[in-house]
Design a protein around this ligand. Structure first.
Ligand code: PSU
Ligand code: MN
Length: 303
């Protein structure tokens, strides 16, 4: 069993059937540069609250799993370069050593689900890396989503990945992926990845009903609610494709593999696009946090 320390607001909302949205800490610690990341962490919490839900940012602080962070906790995470990025398998090690760590989509989902949270908002999911046929690099996010009943609002998977292979793996693993107001699978920095989805849901109430139905069926997998960045806010395609090609080449030249790959490429994007990708990344996570809060609020009215 996962034992976590809930903030008073989160504990109260969970006890009274209120709406709660989980937020992850890896995107703060390793996905965004300091000090913007601290401001974004606060902004995401405010966005969730503005739509009537309680934000629950999740991390490990000094050997304790926390659901709902204090300002001091957020500071620790935001100064994250020295903080580990941990998946579910690392939890016992970091707790045992009484360290602090940032949780990924996988470990955040695991913890959130175990305390009774139904909605989780992030930027883009992890998935199958390019060249995975040789490297075997597939994010632990996928395995966890297969066995964790929670709804994750994300702008698809990061475009640095092999998107087609990731969609195939999600199908194999039994993870339902639905588009929010679209059947075009989002491409993280871009509205459309070029891949199609079979399902489209058009309002927070419709998604809440889907989550309720999934729960009635006692389905054990996650649902991915794919929420695209608005067309006028996306990263221009040519810029995206050029920077991605350069970033993949730079990662290879520098021998970057494994869990360093995602932070390296995100940082490369932020630097080479002179902050444009950072702006899109922030738009994406804010929009996902707001949608998750709206869905959570609808869901608490259904229950
Ligand atoms: N989405 C973002 N920024 C991020 C991540 C997702 O917008 O930094 C993080 C998530 O925590 C995700 C992780 O779980 O990257 C995946 O890393 P890997 O590919 O090493 O499993
Ligand atoms: Mn990996």
């Amino acid at each position: 069993m996962i034992e976590a320390k809930l903030s008073p607001e989160v504990a109260e909302a969970l006890a009274t059937g209120g709406s709660v949205v989980a937020l992850e800490s890896t995107l703060i610690a390793h996905g965004l540069p300091y000090p913007d990341n601290f401001a974004v962490a606060k902004q995401l919490e405010a966005d969730v609250a503005a739509y009537g839900a309680v934000p629950a940012t999740i991390a490990v602080i000094n050997g304790e799993i926390k659901v709902g962070l204090s300002e001091t906790d957020l500071e620790i995470i935001a100064h994250g370069s020295s903080i580990r990025k941990i998946g579910p398998r690392d939890l016992p090690a970091v707790l045992s050593k009484k360290e602090s760590a940032a949780t990924t989509v996988a470990s955040t989902s695991d913890i959130a689900q175990s305390v009774g949270i139904k909605l989780f908002a992030t930027g883009g999911l992890g998935g199958v890396h390019r060249g995975a046929v040789e490297s075997f690099d597939e994010s632990a996010d996928l395995g966890t989503l297969a066995s964790t009943p929670i709804a994750v609002v994300a702008a698809g998977v990061k475009s640095i990945l092999d998107v087609a292979a990731t969609l195939e793996r999600l199908e194999t693993l039994g993870v339902l992926v639905v588009g929010y107001r679209t059947t075009a699978f989002p491409g993280f920095y871009q509205t459309d990845s070029g891949y199609q989805l079979e399902w489209k849901f058009d309002s927070p109430a419709e998604v809440a009903d889907l989550i309720k139905t999934h729960s009635n069926l006692e389905s054990q997998s996650a649902i991915v609610v794919a929420n695209p960045v608005a067309k006028e806010l996306e990263l221009p395609k040519q810029l995206h494709d050029d920077v991605l090609a350069a970033g993949l080449a730079a990662a290879q030249a520098a021998g970057i593999t494994g869990k360093q790959a995602t932070p390296f490429l995100l940082e490369f994007f932020h630097r080479e696009t002179k902050g444009e990708s950072l702006r899109v990344n922030i738009d994406v996570v804010r929009s996902n946090a707001k949608l998750a809060a709206q869905i959570a609020t609808e869901l608490s009215q259904l229950r």
